[in-house]
Each structure stands twice: as structure tokens, then as C-alpha cells.
Design a protein around this ligand. Structure first.
Ligand code: FE
Length: 130
């Protein structure tokens, strides 16, 4: 039983598949993979702020990558041994939406972390300029 029923009407089938059925978008398919405008990225389901544009980088893998979270409380990590691999799942701490995985091959001069996140799990909002 998926945990995201309250978000089912809000999300497209593609977004729901990622967030609550733990799908993965095809590499190089996501709209935020090569997106580097200033702003922040929010959970597509519940709207919690997850990542900031100043920690985003091009990992070359085909998915958006960040070397840190917007706030250490924004996400939770869960051990994931599916598909015969040992990985660490990243989920929204508020609604539980699956976002992607975190790996230890991120930029060494930063945190060394690579948060590999599906574009379909995110909503970008640009910085306000005033
Ligand atoms: Fe959420």
C-alpha cells in the first residue's frame, strides 16, 4: 500500500510513480538535470523546501545532483537494498515522498555527498529579486 494517497490527485501519474512507488525517471529526461537558475527546489507532493540552487552541480549522471540539503531536517535517509544494490534512499522528511538516493562520490571540496534526485519529485521556484 503506497503512502501517498492524499497526494494522488495532486500529482501526475509520472510524479506519483517516483514519489510513492519509488520509481526512477530515465537519465537525461528530467527538466532540472541541466537547470542552474538561482532559487530553491521543493517537494512536488507536500511543498517542503528540500534543496537550494547554490548546492546544485552537474554530476554527469543524467539526474539533478546536489552536494547538500537545504536543511538537515528536510530529508530522511533509508537503507535500500533493492535491485541487488546497497544504496541509501532519500525521502522527504515531511510526507515521505521518495526523492532519489545519496552517494559518497560528490564533490570532495564540498561535503563529498551526491544527492541524486529525480526532477519529477521536485518543483523549482526562482529566487525573488526585489
Ligand atoms: Fe514532501
Amino acid at each position: 500500500m503506497a503512502g501517498g494517497d492524499k497526494y494522488k490527485d495532486k500529482l501526475t501519474p509520472e510524479q506519483y510513480n517516483i514519489c510513492f512507488l519509488k520509481g526512477t525517471e530515465p537519465p537525461d529526461s528530467g527538466k532540472y538535470n541541466k537547470h542552474f537558475s538561482p532559487g530553491a527546489y521543493y517537494c512536488i507532493a507536500c511543498g517542503q523546501e528540500l534543496f537550494k540552487s547554490d548546492t546544485k552541480y552537474d554530476s554527469g549522471t543524467g539526474w539533478p545532483a546536489f552536494w547538500d540539503t537545504a536543511d538537515s531536517e528536510a530529508i530522511r535517509t533509508v537503507p535500500d537494498t533493492s535491485l541487488g544494490m546497497t544504496r541509501t534512499e532519500v525521502a522527504c522528511s515531511n510526507c515521505g515522498a521518495h526523492l532519489g538516493h545519496v552517494f559518497d562520490d560528490g564533490p570532495a571540496e564540498k561535503t563529498g555527498k551526491r544527492y541524486c534526485i529525480n526532477s519529477l519529485a521536485l518543483e523549482f521556484r526562482p529566487s525573488q529579486t526585489s
